[in-house]
Ligand binder design. Structure first.
Ligand code: HAX
Length: 427
């Protein structure tokens, strides 16, 4: 009989811990980076300061999950990606089935979550609702219960696993509830036990999907947004919170709050808003000249072009490419999608000419919203919730691994401006 995911992980633990111990013992004093003042004032960009084995993002490769480029994973299910993030290998058919049935068993959402969501003010942002729903389930935490009972630190990864799997299993239902409540779409749609995780989510959102392409998009969306190494703002927040031995409910809710900024996860909302506004302002499907003039005007007025640039990429984001290919295959004539393609032809040159952005290429947010819009999710305030549901896979994998590895509390050193001035004077 095949092993469960948890059994597979428990077999990996001692080798992983031994490897880390030996690296630190034998090479602990080796220098791997130097820090310059620019990086202190520039958001610690590029400083190598964390271990994260789930995925890596190369400047000229984009997202690579456990050695596999994301464009080679676009046909996989999100559950397979979660397994890959955690263990370093894709699951065999039986292993996938076992994970899917485990998630099914955990999907019942405590009823008080609906009360919390029903009592949020009508004008609350969907991300506030999502983060609050995750946080209010903290009282369910197995990690907290076992920590309080004096459970051995070496075994805390087990309740972390339980909490994370529970959150993953429940997130789609909570997110679908938020969509239907916030935007007046009618009653909650019950989960379907026969469907996969993302297919079920697509169904619970209530989008008309006779040919199943929306479910296909949701599977792709959940795969593409699942992880982006450990240093991005929300993943880092997640790791910082959990390094204090806070449980997954606190950590993931906090991570979602970091995801809610317009320079991070909220960019998908901003990007679609920008595209729809451009179509409305121009009043018709714009010509290349009109798109050029519109974007140039933004740049001349000190605004950013949403969906372009990235802190750690210097190429077209492969996740953008995957969505572009989906759009070409399924909605080539859609007007917002046509504008996405047009912007891709025009904006990089404008950014290069302006000479400020280090990365003039599109990121994932430049294309994702137009696809959702086409299938009827026109409420772009909701887009970051979809990103969040997917990224919970990565946050969870990183939390479980951090506890498996017993990583230390994160506590970098800050310095004062006076200290910096003294360093400069000493040269
Ligand atoms: N349009 C106009 N100017 C841009 C730009 C863009 N798309 N991208 C960068 N720049 C500008 C910056 O504003 C900055 O200007 P100042 O020196 O005047 O401050 C300059 O170019 C250098 O910035 P950078 O070093 O290239 O970029 P950062 O690493 O600081 O920031 C951002 C990366 C993604 C925040 C940035 O490119 C941006 O604001 N892009 C538009 C918003 C966006 O698409 N965000 C989504 C990012 C993907 C993500 O994380 N999703 O979760």
């Amino acid at each position: 009989m095949s092993k469960t995911l948890k059994e597979t992980l428990s077999l990996q633990i001692s080798a992983l811990r031994e490897e880390a111990k030996s690296i630190v013992k034998n090479h602990g004093k080796k220098t791997v980076d130097q820090v310059i003042i620019d990086q202190l004032y520039g958001g610690m960009r590029g400083i190598k300061g964390l271990i994260c084995d789930t995925s890596s993002v190369g400047l000229d490769t984009g997202l690579i999950i456990r050695g596999i480029p994301i464009l080679e994973l676009t046909e996989k299910l999100p559950e397979e990606i979660f397994y890959l993030l955690l263990t370093g290998k894709l699951p065999a058919a039986e292993e996938l089935k076992s994970l899917q049935s485990d998630l099914k068993k955990r999907e019942e959402v405590p009823s008080y979550v609906w009360d919390v969501l029903n009592s949020t003010p009508k004008d609350s942002h969907p991300m506030v609702m999502f983060s609050a729903a995750i946080l209010c389930m903290e009282k369910e935490s197995e990690f907290r219960k076992l920590y309080d009972s004096g459970y051995s630190k070496d075994k805390l990864w087990e309740p972390m696993y339980e909490d994370c799997l529970n959150i993953i299993a429940r997130a789609p239902q909570i997110a679908a509830f938020i969509y239907r409540k916030k935007f007046g779409k009618g009653d909650m749609i019950a989960p379907d036990s026969k469907l996969d995780w993302a297919g079920n989510f697509a169904k619970m959102l209530g989008i008309d999907d006779k040919d199943g392409t929306f479910a296909k998009l949701m599977r792709l969306y959940m795969v593409l947004h699942s992880d982006h190494e450990g240093g991005n703002a929300s993943a880092f927040t997640n790791l910082v919170i959990s390094s204090t031995l806070s449980d997954a409910y606190y950590s993931i809710s906090g991570a979602l709050n970091a995801l809610s900024g317009p320079l991070h996860g909220l960019a998908n909302q901003e990007c679609l808003k920008f595209i729809v506004k451009m179509l409305n302002d121009i009043g018709h499907q714009p010509t290349d000249e009109e798109v050029t003039a519109y974007c140039q005007n933004l740049l001349d007025n000190g605004r950013v072009v949403s969906g372009y640039g990235h802190p750690v990429l210097r190429i077209t984001d492969p996740r953008f490419t995957a969505f572009l290919e989906f759009g070409k295959a399924h909605l080539p004539d859609d007007s917002t999608f046509r504008l996405v393609k047009q912007l891709f032809e025009i904006v990089p040159d404008l950014l290069v000419k302006q000479g400020k952005a280090k990365d003039p290429w599109p990121n994932v947010d430049a294309s994702s919203g137009s696809l959702l819009y086409h299938y009827g999710i026109t409420e772009y305030e909701y887009y970051t919730v979809l990103f969040g549901v997917s990224r919970i896979l990565g946050y969870s994998a990183q939390l479980i691994i951090s506890r498996m590895m017993n990583f230390a509390i994160i506590r970098p050193k800050s310095v004062t401006t006076d200290w910096i001035k003294k360093q400069i004077a000493a040269d």
